[in-house]
Design a protein around this ligand. Structure first.
Ligand SMILES: [Zn+2]
Length: 198
């Protein structure tokens, strides 16, 4: 039996309103959480989540929802961010935060030493005649850069959770927020200062 009441229906339609512009095809579903029916479970289902880690999915979603609405209505809700064929059990848990914090200095040093940031910067801000890439809101180019620099695919999850811990949730944010220096970041600030002068 599907329990559905007006409270759930209202939250569903309000959330659809918040995410529609960014995720026009997203399915939003609410129900009383199976494991604790005093709490509401929110299901966000979208094909575009496919290449994203759960933490990235959450990051993009939560930024679309006004903070006062979140605080007043969603603070106690349980979120599931899924691709169309995923069930909640299929989503891997985020790695332990303490573990990520403990490996962060070594991972950042290894990325720097093996030239990862420079390789990614070269894609977005090429020195030569190559066309600069544009960020797609995922890590597709960072994955290529990791491969170029000799990182194994088994390292990806650790590397990206370290980078997300530095505030980098997509390729360009790696260069803006995690890299100590990048041509992309320099260019950005140069443009900003030109904008102000004009
Ligand atoms: Zn980006």
């Amino acid at each position: 039996m599907v329990m559905h009441d007006s409270r759930l229906a209202k939250i569903e339609s309000e959330i659809r309103g918040f995410v529609r512009a960014f995720y026009p095809d997203m399915v939003v579903r609410t129900e009383y959480w199976e494991k604790d029916p005093s709490r509401i479970a929110l299901f966000f289902i979208d094909e575009r989540f496919r290449a994203l880690y759960p933490r990235q999915r959450y990051h993009y979603l939560v930024n679309l929802i006004p903070k006062d609405y979140y605080d007043s209505t969603l603070a106690d809700t349980v979120w599931f961010e899924l691709t169309p064929e995923q069930s909640p059990e299929m989503v891997e848990d985020d790695p332990d935060e303490k573990l990520i914090a403990s490996i962060t200095p070594d991972v950042m040093a290894a990325l720097q030493e093996k030239g990862f940031f420079a390789a990614l910067d070269e894609m977005f801000c090429p020195n030569g005649a190559a066309e600069p890439q544009e960020c797609s809101g995922d890590f597709r180019y960072a994955k290529q850069a990791l491969q170029l620099c000799g990182f194994e695919e088994s390292d990806w999850s650790d590397v990206f959770h370290v980078l997300m811990g530095q505030g980098a949730f997509c390729d360009c944010e790696i260069l803006y927020n995690a890299a100590t220096e990048s041509r992309l970041k320099t260019q950005y600030w140069q443009r900003r200062s030109h904008d102000k002068r004009s």
